[in-house]
Design a protein around this ligand. Structure first.
Ligand code: AHR
Length: 500
């Protein structure tokens, strides 16, 4: 039976939080060095940043960029990355068992982000450092002048303040792998005191408290509750980190990752509500999904990580450069559908990461830069999701999944911007096509659809590479008859339909 999707285009809904199209650049592997920055590359500009990568970043259409980590930030001294490049120290990066040359730091990165049209979301180190250093970095970036730190910034070439508004209070401090790992109480106190001082210095900033590293952490739930009891009233967001992978023999659960994320978001939202009520906190606290993606973490934890951490300390090694399949792309599209649907609670999100490291963009040193499969659903969603989010009524067949039980074979969300309705839908079925019957509350004039799916006669593990890029969005036929649109989705497919 066809899937029925009914859209009440007059319904109210939250505005599309454009910050959910954020991304993430960490000093990790080849994300910065040999990623966005490669002075010897034929397309590099005078500052050493690759022109071809910058072009792809612009095309991706992200809005925010989290920086400089990640696990890296928990051992980072921001002062190492400012001032004359030839005087910058070379340090061990214990988070990734690498050598950090500090040739890229705050000034270079902020200038690049500005060129790319990205708002910087800066993370402070609450692993090896604390309240004072967080406040000093904020004074350096945002204070106009007349103090030693702000004058130092001016001497380093930046007369006007950077005006960074978004700040992460540390990263994944619940994880025993984190440099300076803490208990929830230790972190909660430190985050609260850092937040208090940072707000004294600049009351216009927005702060993100670090939630759990993932839903399966043994401390998940209690961590959020404890941290929020310390920080509610001082922070504007709490983070969620969510990575998904295909477990052997279970593609159905993998394709239903959005259901897992939806449940995770609901649990965090409930804890936020509980603590706000308990503490009488009036200001809202959003969920910042500030790391999300598909990532083969089993391979990383069992094979790659032990090798990396027993080896030497290279500069910019190849770390977690996952080759994304078309199935991964469909899952990435579906996770965006979930976050848009939960725009009532999700205030921002960052696809982790941007270049080379579990990234939509890949590069070869001296060579090509290309779009991985996951580039497309992100780019197509970021380009078209505007106005307000309207959650449609969906009647779809169910598929059984070992991890999440029975889930609808189709998930969808719409955004409505004056007379344009945009539908984003995912088909999780593995074998059969499905027909969607989309019913609006008014006549449609025309519709334009694209699909990301397994290329003709190919297999669902197809990837794009430096030399061969078989995965790209393809046009999809839509029949328009009055208020009804009809389209057929192949198995494992993500689609965007723009209706006028
Ligand atoms: O994005 C890769 C890593 O994943 C980040 O450094 C860390 O925060 C997370 O565990």
């Amino acid at each position: 039976s066809p899937t029925r999707i009914a859209v009440d285009t007059a319904a109210s809904g939250p505005d599309v939080p454009r910050r959910i199209f954020g991304t993430f650049v960490e000093h990790m592997g080849r994300c910065v060095y040999d990623g966005i920055f490669e002075p010897g590359h034929p397309t590099a500009d005078a500052a050493g940043f690759r022109g071809d990568v910058l072009e792809l970043v612009r095309e991706l259409g992200a809005t925010v960029v989290r920086y400089p980590g990640g696990n890296f930030v928990s051992g980072y001294r921001w002062e190492d990355g400012v001032g004359p490049r030839d005087e910058r120290p070379v340090r061990l990066d214990a988070a990734w068992h690498s050598t950090e040359t500090n040739q890229v730091g705050l000034h270079e990165f902020a200038a690049w982000a500005e060129q790319a049209g990205l708002e910087v979301m800066e993370a402070v180190n609450l692993g090896t450092r604390g309240v004072a250093e967080a406040a000093e970095l904020l004074e350096y970036t945002n204070h106009a002048g007349g103090t030693t730190l702000s004058e130092q910034r001016r001497r380093n070439g930046r007369t006007e303040p950077f005006g960074i508004r978004l700040w992460c209070l540390g990263n994944e401090m619940d994880g025993p792998w984190q440099i300076g790992h803490k208990t929830a109480d230790e972190y909660g106190r430190l985050a609260a005191e850092s937040a208090r001082l940072m707000r004294f210095i600049d009351p216009d900033i927005e702060l993100v408290a670090a939630g759990s590293s993932n839903h399966e952490m043994p401390t998940f739930g209690e961590w959020e509750r404890t941290v929020l009891r310390h920080t509610a009233g001082l922070v504007d967001h709490i983070s969620v980190h969510a990575y998904y992978e295909e477990k052997p023999g279970d593609p159905a659960s993998f394709l239903a990752s959005g259901v897992g994320l939806d449940r995770y978001l609901s649990e965090v939202a409930d804890i936020i509500d509980e603590v706000r009520a308990e503490r009488g906190i009036e200001n809202p606290i959003g969920i910042s999904v500030d790391e999300w993606n598909v990532w083969n973490q089993t391979r990383w934890n069992e094979v790659d990580k032990p090798a990396v951490f027993s080896g030497d300390w290279p500069v910019a090694p190849r770390l977690i450069e996952d080759d994304y399949t078309v199935t991964d792309a469909v899952v990435v599209g579906s996770l965006l559908i979930t976050m848009l649907r939960r725009a009532d609670r999700v205030s921002m999100a960052n696809l982790a990461q941007l270049v080379n490291v579990i990234a939509p963009i890949r590069t070869e040193p001296g060579g090509a830069a290309w779009r991985q499969t996951t580039f497309f659903p992100f780019q197509l969603t970021a380009a078209a999701a505007s106005g307000r989010v309207v959650v449609p009524a969906i009647e779809a067949a169910a598929v059984e999944t070992p991890q999440y039980g029975a889930v609808p074979v189709v998930d969808a969300v719409t955004t409505v911007d004056s007379d344009v309705v945009t539908l984003f839908a995912v088909h999780r079925g593995l074998d059969e096509s499905t027909t969607l019957s989309v019913e609006l509350d008014r006549d449609a004039v025309d519709a334009d659809a694209v699909v990301v799916t397994v290329p003709d006669g190919g297999d669902r593990h197809t990837v794009n590479s430096a030399d061969d890029r078989p995965v790209a969005p393809a046009p999809l036929a839509v029949a328009v008859s009055g208020r009804i649109l009809t389209l057929t989705l192949p198995p494992i497919a993500w689609t965007r339909v723009i209706v006028r």
